[in-house]
Design a protein around this ligand. Structure first.
Ligand code: F6P
Length: 529
């Protein structure tokens, strides 16, 4: 069935309330799925089993398309590239242009392990001795993955301190450098293209800062890039350049050289476990029947909420403080991948592609934006996640509260609170018209969808599995929408215009710009003096 015809059919069908759907004893066996260390529950949604079967029927092309990705076919058609981030964590041969990519992947991983080991054990030194601090300079996919994962895996962090500088706003560099000793700092310049203006500006500033106190700053620089000619031109010795191929998309690149800062932080062994967790999720995605396939089900309920129900956003709500950068990571992964307006063939999409993705860890979000999630007019599908155990055994009473809060939120979203109940809670304080007025404010509509992903504890392996799960979810959604999830042309125009505006900020002729831009520029220039 054509995707949009299927969506139209589903839109027209009456939706049952979640509470009624949950009365079906068999619902859990279709709406809850396990894979390795994970269990995913999507039973608290309005997706009924027959609608799920319709969506599964619409995914009949998926196995062939999935296998094409893993086999190295050039599925990124607008850039004529294979999509093989899975090879960075894989073990089996994958052929691209007639040769197996795995020996190259393994060789780079081996060099990364050796370098990370040298930095961690003091074999590699700065001018002032052992490396105490590592600064990863990169942006987007060259920042978010290692930054998110290094924070997430803080209990495993036994290497030098790691910092992440991404923004071209000088405040980012200044606030980081303030605490560093240039003589014991290693700077890693992470840029797939090595042309990104933010990264190169920060890298030059870092080099100048080091040059003020040490004689050979380049000796304390490493680079992660596909463009070795450019890293060499920057002055970084090839022995400290870790390359990768153009079949690794920026937002999918944490598994290879872009993960070097993470590897230095947690050690090669824990990094291997991170890869292993992802590899296990890959194996599940490749072999589990579609109806029991976790990334497929995560994607289908996403399509149900966005394309069928028309909910414009979804919230990712990890009840795990160390996953506080996960929503930002997933924003890039999902919105840069599936925020598209045309099909593979270049035709306008008949409906919306990817939703807005946002979120914050619980319980903090409960005291900020959950008000809107519970009582706002537009439902926000919530994707909760929580570990059975925290990493602080002595603080297990905190973790019990965390679990109780996480489950309470999905229960509250499901049940809501009707007018009678709202009235009963305040009947001792108000009466008459005032009782009715006050009660109306205390009604929760309920029937609000949520899913919950649970796992035993946040370890490197589990984090690898979570990230791979979301990567494959993005793939499934993009494939069903017939869009290219692996290009990002939408970021180009802004980059071009920033380049043209640069000289105007310095006082160049702005007459070709629109009236709004001209006025803003003039005012900013006036204030700059
Ligand atoms: O913002 C666009 C983008 O190309 C992202 O896709 C990418 O992750 C980021 O910029 C950084 O690019 P690079 O690694 O080439 O510096």
């Amino acid at each position: 069935m054509n995707f949009w015809t299927g969506i139209e059919t589903l839109r027209g069908q009456p939706k049952q309330r979640i509470a009624d759907l949950l009365k079906d004893d068999n619902r859990n066996c279709r709406m809850q799925v396990s894979a390795g260390a994970f269990m995913f529950d999507m039973s608290k949604t309005t997706l009924a089993v027959d609608a799920l079967d319709t969506l599964l029927g619409m995914a009949s092309d998926l196995p062939a398309r999935r296998d094409a990705m893993f086999a190295g076919e050039r599925i990124n058609q607008t850039e004529d590239r294979a999509v093989l981030h899975t090879a960075l964590r894989g073990q089996d041969a994958v052929m691209v242009d007639g040769s197996d990519v795995m020996p190259g992947v393994q060789a780079t991983l081996k060099r990364m392990r050796a370098f990370a080991g040298d930095v961690r054990d003091g074999t590699f030194q700065g001018q002032g001795g052992r490396i105490t601090d590592v600064v990863n300079i990169g942006i987007g996919g060259s920042d978010l993955g290692p930054a998110m994962a290094t924070l997430a895996l803080a209990p495993f962090h036994d290497g030098p301190r790691c910092h992440f500088v991404s923004n071209v706003d000088g405040a980012d560099w200044a606030d980081t450098a303030r605490h560093l000793d240039p003589a014991t700092t290693l700077v890693i310049v992470a840029s797939k293209t090595f042309t990104t203006i933010e990264t190169l500006t920060n890298a030059r500033t870092a080099r100048d800062w080091m040059a003020e106190t040490i004689s050979d700053p380049a000796a304390q620089f490493a680079a992660l890039s596909t463009a070795e000619d450019k890293t060499t031109a920057f002055g970084i010795d090839p022995s400290r350049v870790f390359g990768f191929e153009d079949w690794v998309g920026g937002r999918y690149s944490v598994w290879g050289p872009i993960g070097l800062s993470l590897m230095i932080a947690i050690g090669p062994g824990n990094f291997d476990a991170f890869l292993k967790g992802a590899r296990e999720m890959d194996a599940h995605f490749r072999t589990a029947p579609l109806a029991e396939n976790m990334p497929v089900l995560l994607a289908l309920q996403g399509i149900w909420h966005h394309q069928v129900c028309g909910y414009p956003t979804r919230a990712v709500l990890p009840y795990d403080n160390r996953l506080s950068r996960l929503p930002a990571y997933l924003q890039q992964l999902e919105m840069e991948s599936n925020g598209k307006g045309v099909t593979m063939a270049g035709d306008p999409l008949p409906g919306p592609a990817g939703p807005v993705v946002w979120g914050e860890p619980g319980t903090n979000g409960q005291h900020a934006f959950y008000q809107l999630i519970h009582q706002g007019i537009t439902p926000v599908p919530c994707e909760f996640m929580i570990a059975a155990m925290g990493s602080e055994p002595a603080l297990d009473h905190h973790h019990r509260l965390l679990i109780a809060n996480c489950l309470a939120q999905s229960e509250a979203l499901l049940k809501g609170r009707g007018l009678d109940e709202a009235r009963a809670t305040i009947a001792d304080r108000f009466e008459g018209a005032e009782l009715e007025r006050q009660a109306a404010h205390r009604v929760f509509p309920g029937n609000r969808p949520s899913t919950t992903l649970i796992y035993p504890r946040l370890t490197p392996e589990v984090l690898g599995g979570i990230v791979a799960l979301y990567e494959h979810r993005v793939f499934v959604e993009g494939m069903m929408l017939d869009i290219n999830s692996f290009d990002q042309w939408g970021v180009e125009l802004g980059k071009e215009l920033a380049t043209s505006l640069g000289p105007l900020v310095e006082g160049g002729d702005a007459s070709a710009k629109d009236a709004s831009t001209r006025t803003l520029l003039a005012k900013l220039q006036a204030w700059r003096g």
